[in-house]
Ligand binder design. Structure first.
Ligand SMILES: Nc1nc2c(ncn2[C@@H]2O[C@H](COP(=O)(O)OP(=O)(O)OP(=O)(O)O)[C@@H](O)[C@H]2O)c(=O)[nH]1
Length: 383
């Protein structure tokens, strides 16, 4: 029987993470920003729990008044519970700073100040808590707010210490309080100084992150573009073709693959030079972008070859756009420098067939191009 129980427990165990997740969702909600705000409150709750333990200890050894400890403990619970309610209800979203870091910090410091006044001989321990609250605050508050909270803390503690020296001189001797005050002031000064440096560091990191993201976007863009013409390169066109094939398989539009090859381009290079040839390629790319439909995509396939991806729009003669381009090029100079020269080209079209590998359609377009060249160039052939 115990073995059976163990087996049942083992079967149940995979459900445990699910249970934990559900519990965390119920406690913290599923909004990641709100969860972060609640995590900050969790830190405040941790400090609170430590101070409450100190208060209970002080009451137990007779160093603190039980009634005062009771009131403060309730206030700590109200503090944490109240903020938890504000955040879980989403009311904090209406505040200028939805993290509520500033009010949390000021209330926590006020409660710790009060705890300092009631913990008699063990009051020194609460000073550490003041610093801890400010250290947490440094990560969620702006430097100006940290400075305000530090000034508030020093002023508050100054008043609390004067009151304690006057009303409980036995446990709060003046000399010790002067020392405690100086210590508090120095620590708060250091924290507000550090907070400025932390903020500078954060700003630097943010700037570097933006610069890195921009550089990455630029590198990605460069990796997808042909340097000479600015058109998408072969790699990019292959990705686009694959994407279109996948989209078509899911019910998207059919498309045509067209390979364009400039006629007798070698003779342009040989006659006018390689730089002039480059200018002709650039001019061709510009005109193609102007004349073709915006839904058609053209990229440089390599050398003097270009690949066109045409989305089928019924009634479909896929060669119409290319014919327009041919007419346009017949009217325009091959490049600004080659005024009398006209560019001609041959084009091979292949209709993408259901489920075929994209390479197969490209190969058909290549064969169609070969047929266009063989038939005398300056024409389109569809296969
Ligand atoms: N200027 C320039 N020339 C290039 C570039 N890439 C390839 N070429 C040239 O393009 C020419 C292509 O020559 P061929 O393959 O014989 O083709 P073609 O002269 O156009 O002849 P057909 O295609 O048969 O009409 C070669 O001279 C290559 O050097 C480039 O980026 N710039």
């Amino acid at each position: 029987m115990p073995t059976q129980q163990a087996a049942t427990a083992a079967l149940d165990s995979p459900q445990l993470p699910g249970l934990t997740t559900r519990l965390a969702d119920a406690l913290l909600g599923d909004d990641s920003r709100q969860r972060l705000t609640l995590a900050l409150l969790g830190l405040a709750a941790l400090v609170t729990a430590t101070v409450v333990l100190l208060l209970l200890y002080a009451a137990r050894i007779g160093a603190a008044d039980v009634q005062q400890v009771g009131v403060l403990t309730v206030l700590y619970f109200v503090f944490i519970g109240g903020f938890y309610g504000l955040i879980r209800s989403g009311l904090n979203r209406h505040c200028a700073d939805p993290t509520l870091a500033m009010p949390q910090t000021l209330i926590a410091q006020s409660l710790i100040g009060a705890s300092y006044a009631v913990t008699g001989p063990v009051h020194g321990a609460t000073l550490i808590m003041l610093s801890l609250v400010m250290v947490f605050g440094m990560f969620s508050l702006r430097p100006a707010s940290v400075r305000i909270a530090c000034v508030y803390t020093v002023t508050l503690m100054g008043m609390v210490m004067v009151w304690c020296v006057q009303h409980q001189p036995l446990h709060y001797p003046a000399r010790q309080e002067v020392f405690n005050f100086a210590l508090t002031a120095i620590v708060m000064l250091a924290i507000s100084q550090l907070s400025g440096q932390l903020s500078d560091m954060r700003t630097r990191l943010k700037t570097q992150k933006i610069a890195l993201e921009q550089a990455l976007a630029h590198i990605k863009e460069m990796a997808a573009r042909d340097e000479l013409t600015g058109l998408p390169n072969r790699r990019r066109m292959m990705t686009l073709l694959q994407e279109h094939a996948t989209r078509h398989a899911r019910g998207g539009p059919r498309f045509f693959v067209c390979i364009i090859d400039l006629d007798h381009f070698k003779s342009i290079n040989d006659t006018y030079g390689h730089a002039a040839g480059d200018a002709v390629l650039r001019a061709f790319a510009t005109q193609a972008q102007v004349v073709l439909r915006t839904t058609d995509m053209i990229g440089r396939w390599g050398g003097e070859e270009f690949l066109l991806l045409l989305t089928e729009t019924p009634p479909g003669d896929p060669t119409l756009g290319v014919a327009r381009l041919r007419e346009r090029l017949a009217e325009l100079p091959a490049s600004p420098a080659l005024y009398d020269l006209r560019v001609r080209f041959s084009a091979g079209f292949a209709r993408y067939e259901d489920g075929e590998p994209i390479d197969q359609a490209i190969e058909r377009a290549d064969r169609a191009l070969y047929a266009a060249k063989s038939a005398g160039r300056n024409r389109s052939v569809v296969l």
